[in-house]
Write a protein that binds this ligand. Structure first.
Ligand code: EPZ
Length: 430
């Protein structure tokens, strides 16, 4: 298995192009199942999860074609051309779903278009149990008959789905997306109350509107959808990845450097900039992005709690913790979204961090310096937090299980190396 080796201590300076968001791309790809015309997605990041979703869609009968700009030029995403002229299978098998939980996003579209779907239950994962009850309950309210049989969600709506007023008892990004897609092709009006407001949900909603759906309240926690008989194809640019932008903002901050993050916007990463500014990091808008620096001054410990958008994202909690490891003073980091998302703590501790976990909070006491070590992590964001720690640590850090990073960060080593990081990938067998 590949490894990444980092020699820490170099401040990062330069520009990093932010890719299209993985967590927007995955539901957008699933939306191709709602129409027999071609859905073209531009600004598509090069990620293993995107390929996995492509394989799943192909398995349902969609034609999946990807075009990438030539390597070496400005780092821009590719184009995905997705055409589900006919659905040849309504089963999402265990082997694909277990690789990526977001596979469950085909449930709503398949059920709405074909009146049936059989989707493997995703099961738990490294960060928590992550049930899909909200997806199932919502679709049931829209007229689906759903049974759980042999590890599969077996759903049927022979007469089609009908509109419903659905109140989510808690905010769920995936359930909002699944039901939004289902409602777009259901009979009658639907209302999604206490819906997730993440920019990736809004990106999906805008794309659905371009496909002919009628949706009001985009960006709010109350989405009103008027169902359509059919939707058409469109061309849509995937929104920029705010988690990737936040991660590189923290890379600039942890190394005391200055980075221009291209193709992103301050309003997308506001929850992060507010917290980082308190920690002594500066942000300003540029013509095509955001400048972030910690040129002068030290990093200060600040408390942070993860929350649904517009709060501080759980997907940046591990990176924030790495940042706080060398800050002056202490930082209390509280995770409210997932019950087991502190897997990076013992690995950061192996690099010299001083962190005490009590239930859903971690108290990070800043230390003078971190030292490089062989480390590994069990999920994407935990892995990248170790990369951040490695960038500032003395000596070499060797990160194992790099496949987690490849699921969600488009050409991470190349982007960091271009800004002065000493980072290289050791291919299996090197
Ligand atoms: C999305 O996951 C993201 N994934 C996650 O990104 C992200 O961490 C998460 O939203 C929260 O922001 C994609 O967009 C593909 P949820 P999702 O449903 O939709 C509970 C990353 O690193 N819940 O909003 O699965 C659930 O267990 C990742 O890129 C239920 O109880 O998250 C969790 O505690 C990982 N029942 C909370 O809600 C349900 O039916 C929020 O989960 C659904 C969710």
């Amino acid at each position: 298995m590949d490894k990444i080796r980092i020699r820490g201590g170099k401040p990062l300076n330069g520009q990093i192009a932010i890719s299209g968001a993985k967590n927007a791309a995955l539901p957008l790809m699933a939306a191709c199942l709602l129409t027999d015309e071609t859905l073209t997605l531009t600004n598509a990041p090069r990620l293993v999860d995107i390929a996995t979703m492509g394989n799943l869609l192909a398995q349902h009968g969609a034609e999946v074609r990807r075009e990438d700009p030539p390597e070496g030029g400005a780092v821009r995403g590719g184009e995905l051309h997705l055409t589900a002229r006919t659905i040849t299978s309504t089963t999402a098998p265990y082997d694909l779903v277990r690789k990526m939980r977001a596979s469950v996003l085909v449930l709503g579209p398949l059920l709405a278009r074909e009146g049936k779907a059989r989707v493997s239950l995703p099961g738990g994962c490294a960060i928590g149990t992550r049930p899909v009850d909200l997806h199932i309950n919502g679709l049931t309210q829209m007229g689906a008959k759903i049974d759980l049989v042999g590890g599969y969600i077996e759903a049927e709506a022979p007469g089609g789905l009908h509109g419903a007023s659905i109140v989510f008892p808690m905010v769920s990004v995936g359930a909002t997306e699944n039901l939004l897609m289902a409602a777009a092709l259901a009979k009658g009006d639907s209302e999604l109350i206490n819906a997730a407001r993440e920019p990736e949900v809004s990106d999906l909603a805008h794309c659905l509107v371009a496909m002919g759906a009628e949706i009001e309240g985009i960006g709010s926690d109350r989405l009103r959808v008027r169902g359509r008989d059919r939707l058409s194809g469109t061309r849509h640019a995937i929104v920029s990845d705010r988690i990737e932008a936040g991660t590189y903002a923290m890379a600039a901050a942890i190394t005391g450097g200055k980075l221009e993050l291209l193709h992103t916007r301050l309003d997308l990463i506001q929850a992060v900039t507010k917290v980082l500014e308190r920690a002594g990091v500066e942000f300003s808008e540029t013509a095509d992005g955001v400048m972030v620096s910690r040129a002068n001054g030290e990093l200060l410990g600040v408390d942070v709690m993860t929350e649904p958008f517009p709060g501080f994202p759980t997907d940046l909690q591990a990176q924030m913790m790495a940042l706080m490891c060398t800050a002056r003073g202490a930082a209390m980091i509280t995770e409210t979204i997932f019950e087991n998302r502190f897997m990076h703590v013992p690995e950061l501790a192996r690099m010299g961090a001083n962190i005490t976990v009590h239930q859903s909070s971690a108290l990070v006491r800043g230390v003078e310096k971190l030292t490089g070590a062989p480390v590994m992590a069990t999920d994407l964001r935990a892995s990248v937090s170790l990369v951040l720690a490695g960038l500032v640590a003395g000596g070499d850090t060797e990160l194992n299980r790099v496949y987690h990073l490849d699921r969600g960060y488009d050409r991470l080593e190349a982007k960091l190396a271009a800004c002065g990081a000493e980072i290289e990938r050791l291919r299996d067998g090197d």
